[in-house]
Design a binder for this molecule. Structure first.
Ligand SMILES: Cc1cc2nc3c(=O)[nH]c(=O)nc-3n(C[C@H](O)[C@H](O)[C@H](O)COP(=O)(O)OP(=O)(O)OC[C@H]3O[C@@H](n4cnc5c(N)ncnc54)[C@H](O)[C@@H]3O)c2cc1C
Length: 412
């Protein structure tokens, strides 16, 4: 039997961050991982998709280079190499993380861990006694009847990361962050892309004007959109939609959300990350880890969401679900095309929308280059209860996309 202060099951961002924070405080930590260190985020989620997106964006930009005075001929995609690039990014980061854990003195045990009692974990016939156990076992792609994954025609977000050849066309079911990002990647690579969304607008968790803008951007990219529509059935690889249409895509990516993975005997044991079924984002898991190990509580209403690609889509705090909903707030919106930097970069698509009440910022939704960085400014302002007047006093650098935040604030 081995004895530790802390035993953590799951080596994703929730688990490894908790391990590092506890180890930093001098605790002895054992971390169990049945698959690869880094979890979904590093191996099957955030990182590999963003590596693909990066290549897709460069490819799209090269295709517009002529407008900027760069003549490039014979541009094409070698998808096998793109695949290798994605794999190399993941492997490099995983090796770095493994080394960080080792240097922090954390014992990493590879294998399926089972909780045998409130203070005992078993893995590969060895018992580990831990003063405290933390579950960070993450989540997996949700599966629904009629759209069961066969890993060939009907793909999960895990499966699509393993394709080494691009399909001619694809049907994406679901328009959350995963569906939108893959639509961007695949359409940029020339795959004919169709999205089916059950709600009446794309990305229904976002602000209504963000949804409208994504639809507009997708139309310019020739991505076909069906909203208020669902897959009724699939027969011999023909997909029958609820609107009566039938499609014959080469494959289907099902991106309808994720469900928690939980070991048995969890009674009274702390759960963090995706497994806690709160907000399924890597940075939420990391904040939960800080809260747990370092006693640094965070505001669960101020968790930024980002959808990557060009332009980035980001929001934080309250979002408006309709035009009528907007009326609850003082609303200010500036178009990215009003910014000098956007024109220099040939990146004029998008807007910055800020909602306030009683002189305090309540939320923001951004569709813009650098949206992932911009949204953090608003998150810090809301988190620190800064007033609109406080923000008006801030000096913003020129020329930047941040000036869009300033211009939007100045109109409140
Ligand atoms: C395609 C995709 C893109 C994404 N993009 C983003 C993004 O851009 N930004 C963002 O914030 N989030 C993103 N996410 C979500 C993000 O990946 C998750 O929120 C994050 O990984 C959750 O971290 P976690 O530690 O809770 O769980 P996970 O990362 O899922 O890790 C859990 C780990 O536990 C292990 N495990 C489970 N059971 C056991 C057991 N019994 N014994 C041992 N090990 C076990 C699993 O093998 C896994 O490695 C994305 C997800 C997907 C699928």
């Amino acid at each position: 039997m081995e004895i530790y202060d802390i035993g953590i099951i799951g080596g994703g961002p929730g688990g490894y961050s908790t391990a590092l924070y506890y180890a930093g405080q001098g605790k002895t930590v054992v971390l169990f991982e049945k698959d690869e260190i880094g979890g979904t985020c590093l191996n099957r989620g955030c990182i590999p998709t963003k590596a693909f997106l990066h290549v897709a964006e460069i490819y799209s930009q090269i295709n517009c280079a002529e407008k900027l005075g760069i003549n490039i001929e014979g541009v094409n995609i070698d998808f096998e190499k793109v695949f290798q690039y994605k794999t190399s990014v993941v492997e490099k980061l995983r090796k770095g993380l493994e080394l960080t854990l080792k240097n922090a003195g954390i014992k990493v045990v590879k294998g399926l861990a089972n909780i045998t009692s409130k203070k005992e974990i078993q893995c590969a016939d060895i018992e580990y006694q831990c003063k405290e156990i933390i579950i960070a076992t993450g989540s997996k792609p949700k599966e629904i009847k009629g759209l069961e994954y066969d890993n060939e025609f009907i793909l999960s977000s895990d499966d699509i990361l393993n394709i080494t050849k691009l399909p001619k066309d694809i049907l994406i079911v679901g328009s959350g962050a995963i569906g939108i990002e893959w639509a961007r990647i695949l359409s940029a690579f020339g795959v004919e892309t169709t999205i089916v969304e059950l709600a009446d607008r794309l990305c229904p968790i976002a602000d209504w004007e963000v949804s409208k803008r994504i639809e507009r951007i997708f139309k310019t990219k020739k991505i076909k959109i069906y909203t208020s529509t669902f897959v009724e059935k699939i027969e011999n690889k023909t997909v029958f939609l609820s609107n009566g249409e039938a499609l014959n895509p080469q494959c289907i990516l099902v991106a309808i959300g994720r469900e928690t993975v939980m070991p048995e005997n969890t009674n009274g044991i702390k759960v963090i990350g995706d497994a806690s079924a709160e907000i399924m984002l890597a940075h939420y898991a990391v904040s939960q880890a800080k809260e747990l190990a370092l006693e640094l509580p965070f505001n669960k209403n101020v968790v930024p969401s980002v959808i990557y690609g060009n332009p980035e889509i980001a929001w934080v705090g309250e979002v408006s679900k309709s035009k009528e909903d907007d009326e609850k707030y003082d609303k200010s919106m500036i178009l990215v095309s009003a910014l000098g930097k956007a024109h220099c970069d040939n990146n004029t698509e998008g807007f910055i929308k800020i909602l306030s009440q009683n002189g305090k910022i309540k939320g923001a939704s951004i569709v813009s280059a650098e949206g992932s960085a911009l949204i953090q400014q608003i998150a810090i302002a809301i988190d620190n209860d800064l007033s609109v007047t406080d923000l008006k006093k801030v000096c913003f650098a020129h020329p930047t996309y941040s000036e869009g935040i300033m211009e939007s604030i100045m109109r409140l």
